[in-house]
Design a protein around this ligand. Structure first.
Ligand SMILES: Nc1ncnc2c1ncn2[C@@H]1O[C@H](COP(=O)(O)OP(=O)(O)OP(=O)(O)O)[C@@H](O)[C@H]1O
Ligand SMILES: [Mg+2]
Length: 251
């Protein structure tokens, strides 16, 4: 069966697959920031994000945290469950950085007294505005039960990811998650969707606070690719040698 493109986003393409309840998620090298106002290509980023997301989603499954990942099929693609995506971006912050610093006028790098969960409405035309749980319930984007599940899963994911990154000498500053719904045994369940990678996590080296994520690209910090590579190599999903070989073979 020929795969058909269903959606092309800023960082990924979504294709149909042989099974109606599954999709193929293809990771591109395109880097965008500030809602597409800044654009570039970071060679190999898509490969790295595919591998990192595979590893982290697999670990989450081992902790019984439901997520859409089924199987990686090649360097840039993975099979995922097709979900009914909830139009909310969930941001979990451990340390102040990014939009919260500007919005509230606080210093960057402040360790928050407890993880802070924020919601943004997924609407590019509106620049993904900050919303409260009241908006989510009032406009019916999720039910009260679903929202409780989303918050509880997000905090469990934060606990796991914080510890996992700490073990490779990386601080998890904040990250963005997306969730969706899927029928399982006659029950509608909430599942983690999208990706977990340096594109949607802020990751700082523990010893030096060097930024190892998309902020290098967002703020022209130089060596845009270095964060992605460093995280992939420290996590052990790809070695430098393998990565170079794959990139060379693609050209
Ligand atoms: N399991 C899934 N089932 C259906 N759609 C998914 C699933 N996981 C992720 N998606 C959607 O696929 C798209 C991935 O593409 P990408 O991340 O490039 O989008 P984007 O440019 O960030 O735009 P968007 O604002 O739609 O997220 C997103 O719209 C995301 O919500
Ligand atoms: Mg996206």
């Amino acid at each position: 069966m020929k795969k058909k493109i269903i959606y092309e986003g800023k960082a990924k393409k979504i294709f149909s697959s042989a099974k109606p309840n599954e999709l193929i998620q293809h990771f591109k090298d395109d880097a965008t920031a500030f809602n597409n106002k800044k654009k570039s290509i970071i060679p190999g980023k898509g490969i790295i994000n595919n591998f990192i997301s595979e590893l982290l989603m697999t670990k989450l499954s081992e902790l019984n945290i439901p997520n859409h990942f089924i199987k990686r099929i090649n360097m840039r693609e993975q099979i995922i469950y097709k979900l009914d995506i909830i139009p909310i971006e969930v941001v979990i912050r451990n340390v102040s950085s990014g939009s919260i610093v500007k919005r509230l006028g606080i210093d960057e790098g402040k360790v928050l007294s407890k993880p802070l969960v924020e919601f943004f409405y997924k609407k590019d035309e509106l620049d993904d505005p900050l919303i409260s749980d009241e908006h989510i319930l009032n406009f019916g984007w999720a039910t009260e039960h679903e929202l409780e599940e989303i918050i509880s899963l997000s905090l469990r994911i934060n606990d796991f990811l914080s510890g996992y990154f700490m073990s490779i000498n990386v601080r998890l500053i904040d990250f963005k998650l997306e969730f969706g719904r899927m029928w399982k045994n006659d029950e509608l369940i909430i599942m983690l969707a999208d990706e977990i990678s340096p594109d949607n996590c802020r990751l700082w080296d523990t010893n030096t606070n060097k930024k190892l994520d998309k902020d290098r690209f967002r703020h022209n910090l130089g060596d845009e690719d270095v964060g992605y590579k460093e995280i992939a190599f420290r996590l052990g999903v790809l070695s430098e040698k393998e990565f170079k070989k794959v990139l060379k073979n693609e050209i």
